[in-house]
Each structure stands twice: as structure tokens, then as C-alpha cells.
Design a protein around this ligand. Sequence first.
Ligand code: NAD
Length: 308
Amino acid sequence: MRIAILGAGAMGSWFGGRLAMQGSDVELLTTNQAHIGAVQDKGLILRSATAEQCLSIPIHRPEEVQAPVDIILLFTKTFQSDRAMASVAHAITSDTHVLTLQNGIGNADIIANYVALEQTWIGVTMMPVDLLGPGIVASTGSGVSYFGGAVGQEHAVAHHLLQAFQATDLDVRLVQDIHRRVWEKVAFNAGMNAFCALARGTPGTIGKSPGAHDLVKDVAVEVAAVALTQEVEIDLDSVVNTIDFACAEHGEHKPSMLQDLLAKRPTEVAALNGAVVALADSAGVPVPMNRLLATLVTLAEIAQREAD
Ligand code: NAD
């Protein structure tokens, strides 16, 4: 089965590289010309805490992918998804499946413009990966990933993917309750990422302020109420535990929203707090904290742009 990694940045290059190393038929697709050049010239360097490997792997721009592709692993930032999917539309057939492990909610809705929901697989990943520079990705941590059918479907393709992942050192699991896991990650990220980005701090910083720590949990409570309107019941205790754990143990980690703001890049706030607000408004659920955070992060992005 041909697997195309659409959005071969940090995560896409790591997942694609790990799959290719174990014999999967993988090609990387990205718009990052410097990354394409470096991987074509010198190979893809995958750096972990214990090893560094250099892999020869096909990489090119998305428009250059040949039809047909069996599985697309979508790993752009959420706001890049639609354009990326459009650029590989020529390689999508009625048998193509798409898996997204991107953050946020609403990813399946974008994919649904290109592939049936019955062929769309959604998920979450806790794996931390950085693109250190063109051709070099690094992950010094570990983390489990979960995926499942967007509409609860079963399909042999999912088991094929699972087997391919199981051949690697990636911990990827196929589950039935994927919507709960996606919403739980959103409940964590909506407060933690936005507070860290706005405060220019880390979860460790949040942990030093009992007031901020409590507010991050209040944001998760709002997200849980919105999830219920989508018939998803999240385990708030588990989300609170994750928040407490991050405050205690991830003192140095800069969440992606903070990294993006510092680098003057757009953030994924629209797929996190923004998406929560949109669904809450449709259902008539008050979410003042998420609305404030979505507005402040968006303002911070605009201010960064205007400062240039
Ligand atoms: P990234 O910015 O490193 O990678 C995105 C890649 O997509 C870039 O190489 C970019 O050039 C490429 N791209 C942009 N537009 C494109 C297009 N039209 N066609 C093809 N490629 C295109 O982002 P990332 O850190 O790998 O994150 C990807 C997703 O995974 C995000 O939703 C993020 O929230 C999620 N995630 C990341 C991490 C992490 O540790 N990096 C952890 C968990 C979840």
C-alpha cells in the first residue's frame, strides 16, 4: 500500500521515516523546499535520545505525487489542511483513505471535502517531535498515539496501518472511542496552550500560579460541556490529571502555540479554542473563557504580524 505523508514537517517526517525504515512504501510531501532539498541531497536524519539514523526516502512537492495513493497521513498544521488536500486531489481515488493525527477538532470535516467519512481516520498523538532544520527531525521523548474511524467504521485498511505502525517503535493504537480522546486532548490544549502562549511561559510557569492552574482547569470544564453537545462524554478527572502532570513535569516544554507565536507563525487556535467557541455558539453553551482566549491569541498573532 502506498502511503503519502502530506505535510512532512516535524511529525510527518518522523512518522513517515519510522514507517519507511520498517519497509512501508512511503513518500514524503511538503511545500518546504529547503527540507525537500536537504532530504534529497543527504537523506532524512532522525535523531532520538539514543540514536541518529539517516534514511533515503522519496520526498517532493504534493502536486508531484503520482496517482493512486492508498493512504494519506495528513500532518500539516490544521489551517494548512484544505490547501494541502486540494494539492493531492489528483492522486485520490474512491479507495483512498486519510488519517489525521493533527491537533484540534474539525479535521475530519475538512478531509470530508475530498474523501468519504467512512474512509477518514482521526486521532491524537502525544509524541513530541521537532524539525531542527532542513532534513533533520528529532524526538527525545515518547508518547502514545490513538486512531479510530471518524464515523466508527471498521476497515481492513485500518488494520494494515496498525500493522505497519506496530512494526516500528511508534506506539500507535486503534481504538473505538477516538472522539473522546480527541476531545480530551482539546480540553487539555485549549487552556494549557493558550495560557502558555499568552504568558510566554511553560506548563511549569502555570504550575507556579495557583490562579492560572485553576483557570486552565476551568477552560477544560467548558470544553467538556461543548463535547457533550456533540454526544461525547470526556473524563474530566483524566484531563485534570494531565494538566497537573504537565505543570509538575513539563516545566521546560514550550507548547506549539507559544513556539508559533514566538516564531511569528500562525497558531492553531482556530482548531482549538476557536472551534470550541463555534460549536458552543451553535448549541447555545456559554464558553466565556474559550472566547476570551481565542480572541487574545488571535490578537497576539495580528500584533506580531503588524510589528514586522
Ligand atoms: P510542522 O509545521 O513541523 O509541519 C507541517 C508541514 O506541512 C511543514 O513542513 C509545511 O511545510 C507543510 N505544509 C504546509 N502546507 C502544505 C501543503 N499545502 N502541502 C503539503 N505540505 C504542506 O508541524 P508539526 O509540528 O509537524 O505538527 C503537525 C500537526 O501535528 C499539528 O496539527 C500539530 O498540532 C500536531 N502535533 C504536533 C506535535 C509535535 O510535537 N510537533 C505533537 C502532537 C501533535
